[in-house]
Ligand binder design. Structure first.
Ligand code: ARG
Length: 367
C-alpha cells in the first residue's frame, strides 16, 4: 500500500474515533477528513490540531497495555512544543517539562510533544531512556552507578560530558536531530527532585546512602496518533514504589542492594530458605514508600495501584470499551498474587493511539 494511503486510513480511523468519543458533529468529521486528505496529498503528511494532539496523547496512555496507572488517563497534561526547531530550544522545553511535572513534589502527569517525523523534516530523538536517570561507569572493581546506563554514559563522555563519578550522577539530556551530531545539555541541580531513602523503623538504613529521583519521564518512546509518529514525546506519571524498591535498587543487574539490606537487618544469608531476600525486599519497599511520602513526593504502592486499575476497568466497561492489557507487565514484582490482576488473563491486543518502543538511533560518525 502507498505510504500516503496508509496514512490517510490511519488518520481517518483516529478522526472517527475522536468524533465518536467526544460526540462531535458529523459535519466536523467529514470536513476534517477532507481537509486531512488534501494536506496529505500535497505535503505527504498532516498536522494535528492542539485538541487532536491532546486527546490522542490521552488515548495513547489509556491504550498502553503495560501500564497499571491508567485510571488517570484523562488527567494527562499535554504541552504542544511542535514549533521548536533547534537542539537548544528543545532542551529548554525538556527542562520546562521536568519543572512542570515535578510541581514541588505533587507530580503532574505530562507529555511534551515535539515536532513529529514528516517528509522533508529531520527526525528529532532524545537519546536518554528517561529525562532524569543515573549514569553508570565501568571500573576495575565493577560498575559505579546504574549498570543500565553504561552505554549512554559512554556516549555522553565521547561527546565531552564528564560526571562526578558517584553512584547517583544525573546524566545530561542528549538530543539528536536527523543525522547531526547529538548535543548534550546539563540539567540544573535545582530542578531535579531527589529522595533520600530512609526506613521508618530501621535507623541504620540511611547508612546505605540510597536515593532515587522523584519523576520517571520516559523519553525514548514513540507516540503514535492517527498515523503520525511523534519520535520525541517525553511523558511521565508518578512512580509505583516497586519500580524503585523491587527493580531499580534490587535487581542483581541494577543496584543489587538486597545483600546489604539483609546485612543491616541481621538476616541469615547462609541459606536461601531463610527467605532473607524476600524480607529485605519488603523492607526496602517500605523504605521507598516512606521516604517519598516523608518528602512530599507523589508515589503509589502496588496494592493501591491494583485497586485503581480495577476502577479503570470498571470505567472502561461502563463506557462500552474493551480492556486490553499485558499481564506480564501489569502484575507487580512484589507479592503479585495478592492483587486481583494476577488471577486472570488479559487481552494483549495493541490498539492505537499508543506509545511504542523505537529502535535506538544508529551511531553515525559524521561531525
Ligand atoms: N520502570 C521505570 C523506572 O523504574 C519507569 C517507567 C514508567 N513508570 C511510571 N510510573 N510512569 O524508572
Amino acid at each position: 500500500m502507498l505510504e500516503t494511503q496508509r496514512l490517510m486510513e490511519e488518520a481517518d480511523a483516529f478522526i472517527r474515533l475522536l468524533h465518536r468519543e467526544r460526540q462531535l458533529e458529523d459535519s466536523w468529521r467529514d470536513q476534517r477528513i477532507t481537509e486531512i486528505h488534501a494536506e496529505i496529498q500535497s505535503s505527504g503528511s498532516y498536522a494535528h490540531t492542539v485538541e487532536e494532539l491532546a486527546y490522542g496523547a490521552k488515548l495513547a496512555w489509556r491504550n498502553n497495555n503495560r501500564c497499571i496507572g491508567r485510571l488517570f488517563w484523562d488527567s494527562l497534561n499535554v504541552i504542544d512544543a511542535r514549533r521548536l526547531q533547534t537542539e537548544e530550544e528543545i532542551a529548554q522545553a525538556l527542562l520546562a517539562h521536568i519543572e512542570l511535572a515535578t510541581n514541588g513534589g505533587k507530580i503532574r502527569p505530562l507529555v511534551t510533544a515535539l515536532r513529529p517525523a514528516s517528509p522533508g523534516n529531520e527526525e528529532i530523538r532524545i537519546l536518554n531512556y528517561q529525562l532524569i536517570r543515573y549514569a553508570g561507569y565501568e571500573s576495575a572493581d565493577g560498575i559505579v552507578g546504574d549498570p543500565d546506563s553504561v552505554a549512554l554514559t559512554k556516549r555522553c563522555m565521547e561527546l565531552g560530558w564528564r560526571g562526578a563519578g558517584t553512584n547517583f550522577d544525573v546524566l545530561p539530556l542528549v538530543i539528536q536531530i536527523g543525522d547531526r551530531k547529538p548535543r548534550w545539555f546539563k540539567i540544573p541541580d535545582e530542578i531535579i527532585c531527589e529522595v533520600d531513602i530512609v526506613h521508618p523503623e530501621i535507623a541504620s538504613f540511611s547508612e546505605l546512602e540510597l536515593q532515587w529521583y522523584g519523576v520517571p519521564i520516559v523519553s525514548n518512546m514513540r507516540l503514535e496518533i492517527g498515523g503520525i509518529h511523534y519520535t520525541a514525546a517525553p511523558f511521565n506519571g508518578w512512580y509505583m514504589g516497586t519500580e524503585i524498591g523491587a527493580r531499580n535498587l534490587a535487581d542483581q543487574s541494577r543496584y543489587n542492594k538486597l545483600p546489604q539490606v539483609a546485612e543491616l537487618m541481621g538476616l541469615d544469608r547462609s541459606r536461601e530458605s531463610s527467605l532473607w531476600r524476600d524480607k529485605a525486599l519488603v523492607e526496602l519497599n517500605v523504605a521507598v514508600l516512606h521516604s517519598f511520602k516523608r518528602q512530599g513526593v507523589s508515589i503509589v504502592d502496588h496494592h493501591t495501584a491494583a485497586h485503581q486499575f480495577g476502577r479503570f476497568e470498571e470505567n472502561e466497561r461502563a463506557a462500552g470499551r474493551a480492556i486490553t492489557g499485558n499481564w506480564v507487565w501489569l502484575i507487580p514484582p512484589v507479592s503479585p498474587a495478592t492483587t486481583e490482576i494476577f488471577h486472570r488473563p488479559f487481552d494483549n491486543t495493541v490498539v492505537r493511539p499508543n506509545f511504542f518502543n523505537q529502535a535506538p538511533v544508529p551511531i553515525l560518525t559524521r561531525s
